[in-house]
Every structure is written in C-alpha cells, then in structure tokens.
Design a protein around this ligand. Structure first.
Ligand SMILES: [Mg+2]
Length: 281
C-alpha cells in the first residue's frame, strides 16, 4: 500500500481551516444523488472517486447496483463532463495507464492522469486543466466532487473551494472573507459574491461559490475501516465545535433523492406455516 503523503499532511491544514473536512452533502451512495436537481442548480460537471464509490476497490467494473444512477449521471452532465479522479487508476501506480484504460472502458468516462495523490494541489491543478480545456469550460463552482473518503475526496473539494474564493476576491478580499466566515453578516457575503461572480441571485444562492463536496458513506468492501472511523469522528467533532459561516446555509437536501425504503420480506413463523397448510388441507 503506497503512502499518501498529501493525505497525511492534510490534517495539519485543519488546524487553520477545520471545516475543510465537512462535506456539503452526505449520502449512502450515488443512487441517492438527484443529478437533475444539481444540473438545475447550475452544476455542469462531476468528479468521481473510484474505489468504494463506483467500483469495488482495485476492480475496474461498476458496482452493478449503481448502473442506473451512473447512466443518469452521465446523461445529465454530458459527454466529457464527468471525470474519474482516483488514487489508484491514473496515478504512477497504474503502469502504462492500463488500469485507467480499463476503467474508462467499463465506466464510459475519462480517468484523470495525475502525478500526486488526492488531495494534493498538483492534483487540483490537473483537474482544473481538464475542465478548463473542455469545449465549454467548466468552472470550479460548477463542479460536484463525489467520494467516500474525507481526507482525500472531501478535503480536495474544499481546498478548491477555498482557492476559488481567494482567487475570486484577491488577497484583501480573502482576508475579509475569512473575517466574514467568523463574524460577518449576510449582506456582506451576498455583496461580495455578487461582485466576484456577477452571477444571478438564484445561481449564487444555489451554489455558494465552490465545488460541492458529496460524501458517500456506504462501504461496498471493507477497507481502511480504522481511518474511516477516525474521519467520521473528526467530521462529527468539527460539526459540533466549529462555528458555521454566517449567511444563508446552502440547502443541499434538495439534491437528495427520496428513496423509498423497501419493506423487508417477513418470513412466516412455524405456527403460520402450519396454519396455512391446515387451511389448504
Ligand atoms: Mg474511495
């Protein structure tokens, strides 16, 4: 198992920006994501993790249960606008790009080739280069980033969000933005976002200036369970103890599909079986 240095260093950044670990939305798996609602809110592109999000770890085929949701996602965002960013396929571990080709074949979307593991800044640059080079370029704040790990996928998304905000507002703007995050007012944020993005009110309030981090909490094959347990504990602690940014929170619940719970099939007990036989007899 290779050591993910960027992932190991990420916790140090949390001392300054603890809320980097918080996803914008948590779902069990991608079947709960309402891709059409995301598109209506202005999201145009998607970055997906592979292992334990779309495939069994180190396998290249889509988990069969996810086929319908995956087809819907690709149709909604369109060809080329969905990208796999994995810490296995497409990295230096993927000699000759054989695995990334196989994944592209099975999942029908491109795999990003990158030199550093998520959540490295060089990986972020590679993601930006990909989406900005599309025929219709996709901005940071038009992306959703979906994955099952906090220290790689969620921090990657939130790092882009942080960078995006700083680039949009400049140094002084970022200083005031940070001040806003702690103690500012709704109107201040609204004004700065409007000036920075020149976006319509509806789109601005829907996307809140950066990629949307979507955390898939379901585990298809047990892997790194101690780390997952620790990640979940950190998320809970940060949610509990850190102060949320002011302003109107982004309502992401409308991006979750209302999945009807299947009623468990009740097995008849011995008495019920005997009664049924007597009735038949
Ligand atoms: Mg994963």
């Amino acid at each position: 198992m290779p050591i993910n240095i960027p992932g190991l260093l990420a916790p140090f950044q949390l001392l300054i920006h603890p809320r980097l670990v918080l996803p914008g939305l948590s779902v069990k798996d991608i079947r709960q994501i309402d891709f059409a609602a995301l598109k209506r809110a202005g999201y145009r592109g998607a970055v997906f993790d592979k292992d334990n999000c779309l495939t069994i770890p180190y396998e290249d085929k889509l988990i069969p249960e996810l086929q319908e949701a995956w087809d819907e996602c690709r149709e909604t965002f369109g060809k080329g606008n969905v990208l796999i960013v994995s810490n296995s396929a497409g990295t230096y571990l993927d000699a000759g790009g054989i695995q990334s080709e196989s994944v592209t074949h099975h999942l029908q979307v491109p795999v990003l080739l990158h030199t550093s593991f998520k959540p490295a800044y060089s990986c972020i640059s590679a993601i930006r280069t990909y989406f900005s080079s599309l025929h219709k370029p996709i901005r940071d704040d038009e992306l959703i980033i979906v994955g099952d790990r906090i220290f790689t996928d969620v921090i990657l998304a939130n790092r882009i969000r942080l960078q995006h905000r700083k680039e949009r507002t400049g140094f002084l703007g970022s200083v005031f933005s940070c001040a806003y995050e702690k103690e500012g007012t709704v109107s201040t944020e609204k004004e700065s976002l409007l000036k920075a993005e020149g976006a319509s009110k509806v789109i601005r309030l829907d996307r809140a200036g950066g990629p949307l981090a979507i955390w898939t909490t379901g585990v298809w094959k047990r892997e790194a369970m101690a780390m997952r347990w620790m990640e979940k504990g950190i998320v809970n602690a940060v949610e509990k103890w850190s102060k949320p940014p002011g302003g109107e929170p982004l309502d992401t619940s409308r991006f979750v599909k209302r999945v009807l719970k299947e009623e468990p099939v009740k097995k008849p007990n011995v008495v019920e079986v005997l009664l049924a036989r007597l009735r038949k007899g």
